[in-house]
Each structure stands twice: as C-alpha cells, then as structure tokens.
Design a protein around this ligand. Structure first.
Ligand code: SAH
Ligand code: SF4
Ligand code: F3S
Length: 467
C-alpha cells in the first residue's frame, strides 16, 4: 500500500465536526495504511449516529481513538508513547470536570488485544478492524465502567453494518475518496503481520461497492481509490451473480456520472490478470499509476519471503503492462536486510530497481514481527548493515524519482484540483501520476479537471501554468 504513516507522519484524518455544537466530541488519530484512513472515517460516521462530532483538538475530546498500525516495531511502539501523552491530557481534562474515554483500534488492537490494557491501563476500549460496526455498543459498555476488548473476526458484518457517511461529511472530506473493496490477506509473506491482523481475504460484492461509489460521486467526489491489502485479488459477486475481477469492476465504476478518475492500491504481482492490464489500455478514467510491491530483487530472498514469484516474472509483468500503457508510473515497496540477505542478494535488488526505474517507492529495514515465520529465521542482520543498504537503495530510488519528476517539465496534461494551495492565489491538485501539482487559482475550482502545462519542478512538486 501507499502509506499515510507507516513511519511517515500521520495527521488526524478528521476535521471540525458537522453535528450540532454541544454534543460529544471524538478525536481520531490515524497511523498506517490508507485502509486505516478509510476505517477512521467509517468509525467517525458510526459515532456520528450517536451524536459524536469530530474534533481536531484532543483537549476537547470526550473520546480519543487511536487507529493503529502493527506493520513494523516502530509503528507499533509509537502507540504506547502516544498513550502516555494522552494520559496527561486526560488528567487535565478530568481536573476541569470533563470526561475522556480512550480507545485503541486498528492492527495493534487486533494483534495485542488485552495486552494493551495491561501495558496501558488508561485505555478503556480495544477494538479490532473487523468489529468497527460494534463500536457504538462497545463505547456504551466502556462508559459504564467496563474495560472492553472486541477483536473477533467478522469482516462481512463490518461492511454490512457500518453506516455510510452523510453527503455533507463526504463533501467536507474533499473531491478524492478511498473505498475499501477487499480486506485481509491469504498470502502469508513470511515478514508480514497483515494476514494475522486483518484476517483472511474478503471481497465486497459489486452492489455494495457501487452504492458507496454512487454516494461519493453524488456528493462531489471526482476521484475514487479502491483499497485492499491485495486489491487486485478482489473477486466479488457481480450484478449478474457471477464472480467479477477488478478490471471489470473498474469499467463499471467508470460509468458513474461524476467519477473522472479511478485508482487502486495495493496490488500483488501474482494477481495482475489480463483484464486488469487491459483496463490500463482501454479505460481512460484509470490513472496511469501502479503500486506493485516486489520487496526484493533476489530470487533466493523472494522465496524465503514466500512471495511466490521470481524477479524475472515481475520484470516480465511490468513489460506487459508498459506495452499497453508506456507512460505508467510504477511504484513499489522494498524491504532490505531480510534474514540471510547477502551483499549479492542486495545487489540483485538494486539491479531490479535500475531496470524498472520507479516513479516513486517506499523502502524499509526489515523489522522482525512476533508470530511471523521471518522472526524465527536464521541470519538476522546487524542494524548497521540494514542502515547502509537502506541508504544506498533510497539514494537510487530518489535519483529515479527525480528523473521522472523532471520528465514532466514542458508536458501538457490534466490536473484534478483538490484543495487550496499553501500560498495565497494557489490551488493544489494531482497529476495523473499522483504527483502534487500547484496551479494558479484562476485555473479552476476545487473538483475541476483542468489542462495545464508544467513550467518547473521543486523537489517532487510540479508547478503549472494554465495551458
Ligand atoms: N498488502 C501490501 C503490504 C502492506 S504492508 C502488499 O502486499 O504490498 C506495506 C509494506 O510494508 C510492505 O509492502 C512491505 O514492504 C513493508 N513491510 C511489511 N512487513 C514488514 C516488516 N516486517 N519489516 C519491514 N517492512 C515491512
Ligand atoms: Fe503482507 Fe504479503 Fe499479504 Fe502484502 S501480500 S499484506 S506483504 S502477507
Ligand atoms: Fe498497518 Fe494494519 Fe495497514 S498493520 S499497514 S494498518 S493493514
């Protein structure tokens, strides 16, 4: 997945509330991947039914929810330091006669459950990702003084019972939106906690997805990003009762009036089928961007990771995709320092990167996760080796990203204007390749798709003149 925090700064995902003043307030802080961003919105919507409105200020919250990530040790540990800080804010608020309930949601909640209450007794409520539809009930119990832990798997229930956002709320969140179509993972890569925290793979039916997409479009959303831990493994029940694949779903979503751009993330190389590749050729609404993590360029390491493909398979796949969409921006994820990774294995990763030339990518040092097979493997590498390899890989990736960014100078293409720019007189949008683009405010309104010509680049940001 492309990540919001996963060791990158996460912002609270909710803004000022839309409910009447004087009701209860919830502050949600989101870590991890886009699915957590989506889930945080769904939780806010569920609590909205009970009269909670969102706040960006923790001090005025009656409920603080941390939506957490367990992917690497650093991400998981961050939760406990944050809980220490929240405890102080809670103390102040209670001194002033207020209430503050504290809930931990997300993948740390699922992985650690009751252990969280032991390490951080200040927590009132622990709720796993598959049980968010039970959040209002769980909160009522917690408010009566009971410590609540909800971590049972029931992902189908989650999607069936979570309330949809209101029109005003969608509009407030902007002209781009996430829509989870698939959750969980059956791949069991040996480094990864996701199959344990999100459970096995579940695909939502087309009817549910369409209803949600139509609602988003009706409230002014122009770009929808379909989410799934393995989004291209999505195989939901179609409108005709048959099983559909992601390519077919994308074609159907493109028919919704108002939906101008479609994206999907994160994909697994083994699940890229012909129909999905064809969508990159035939579907104008499908943006030329593909996040396709490979993790390593060494066949030996790929095998130890249980990725179930070789480096050559991955390169051949990219060749097929580029044959139909030559200007696609490739994105990826890499892990350096997996147990047993030799200099030669690492060189093979650099080699693969040189062949693909990613437009952008994420790279991480291997972090052993309790309960995953990787943690018990032999040949764990010293931190220093991982550090050096990460630096070397990131320098190469940055070089390619820079080249890709520079290659847009002088180009003409459409930009979706998403929000006001940081400076007066500017608006910010995205290129088809997901790059931030700054346009003059005279170029158009938020939600407009306008043709521009790129005049210059600063870092990874493109600056446009109206074409
Ligand atoms: N479903 C996505 C992965 C989600 S996790 C996929 O299959 O691509 C996002 C990324 O975090 C992974 O692609 C991997 O690069 C990284 N990651 C996962 N577990 C990790 C670990 N134990 N140590 C370091 N990085 C890890
Ligand atoms: Fe994790 Fe692998 Fe599943 Fe991705 S495919 S979520 S890396 S187990
Ligand atoms: Fe993190 Fe869970 Fe997403 S572990 S990356 S929040 S699926």
């Amino acid at each position: 997945m492309e990540h919001i925090e996963i060791d990158r700064a996460a912002e609270p995902v909710i803004g000022p509330g839309t409910q009447p003043q004087g009701g209860k307030k919830v502050f949600v802080k989101t870590y991890g991947c886009q699915m957590n961003v989506y889930d945080s919105q769904r939780m806010t919507d569920a609590l909205g039914v009970d009269g909670y409105s969102a706040t960006e200020r923790m001090e005025e919250a009656d409920l603080v929810l941390l939506n957490t990530c367990h992917i690497r040790e650093k991400a998981a540990e961050k939760v406990y330091s944050e809980l220490g800080r929240i405890r102080e804010v809670k103390r102040e608020r209670e001194k002033a006669g207020g209430e503050m309930m504290i809930g931990v949601a997300g993948c740390v909640a699922q992985a650690e459950g009751r252990e969280i209450l032991r390490r951080a007794p200040v927590v009132d409520l622990v709720i796993g990702p598959q049980t968010y539809h039970r959040l209002p009930d769980a909160l009522r119990k917690a408010r009566s003084g009971e410590k609540v832990v909800e971590t049972e798997y029931a992902v189908e229930d989650k999607f069936e019972h979570l309330p949809q956002p209101r029109r005003t709320e969608i509009a407030r969140r902007g002209v781009t939106a996430f829509l989870s179509v698939q959750e969980g993972c059956d791949k069991f890569c040996t480094f990864c906690v996701v199959p344990y925290t999100r459970g096995s793979e579940v695909s939502r039916p087309v009817s549910q997805i369409l209803a949600e997409a139509e609602k988003l479009a009706g409230a002014g959303v122009r770009e929808i990003t379909l989410l799934g831990q393995n989004v291209n493994a999505w195989h939901g029940e179609g409108l005709d009762g048959a099983e559909w694949g992601l390519g077919r779903l994308l074609f159907r979503l493109a028919e919704i009036s108002g939906v101008a751009r479609l994206r999907y993330t994160t994909s697994h190389p083994r699940d890229m089928d012909d129909e999905l590749i064809a969508a990159h050729r035939d579907l104008a609404e499908l943006m030329p961007y593909l996040h396709l993590p490979v993790q390593s360029g060494s066949d030996r390491i790929l095998k130890a990771m249980n990725r179930r493909h070789k480096a050559a398979d991955y390169l051949a796949l990219i060749e097929r995709i580029r044959a139909v969409q030559p200007d696609i921006a490739m994105s990826g994820d890499f892990i350096v320092g997996f147990p047993g990774e030799t200099d030669a294995d690492f060189e093979a990763t650099l080699d693969l990167v040189r062949q693909v030339r990613y437009a952008q990518a994420f790279s991480f040092k291997y972090s052993p996760r309790p309960g995953t097979p990787g943690a018990d493997m032999k040949g764990h590498l010293p931190e220093q080796v991982k550090d050096e390899r990460l630096q070397q890989l990131q320098a190469l990736l940055a070089e390619h990203q820079h080249d890709f960014t520079q290659s847009r100078v002088g180009m003409r293409f459409d930009v979706l204007i998403e929000k006001p720019g940081r400076r007066p007189g500017q608006r910010a949008g995205r290129s088809p390749w997901l790059q931030p683009v700054i346009v003059d405010e005279t170029a158009g309104e938020i939600g407009d798709i306008v043709p521009v010509r790129i005049a210059r680049v600063e870092g990874t940001t493109l600056f446009a003149e109206t074409a």
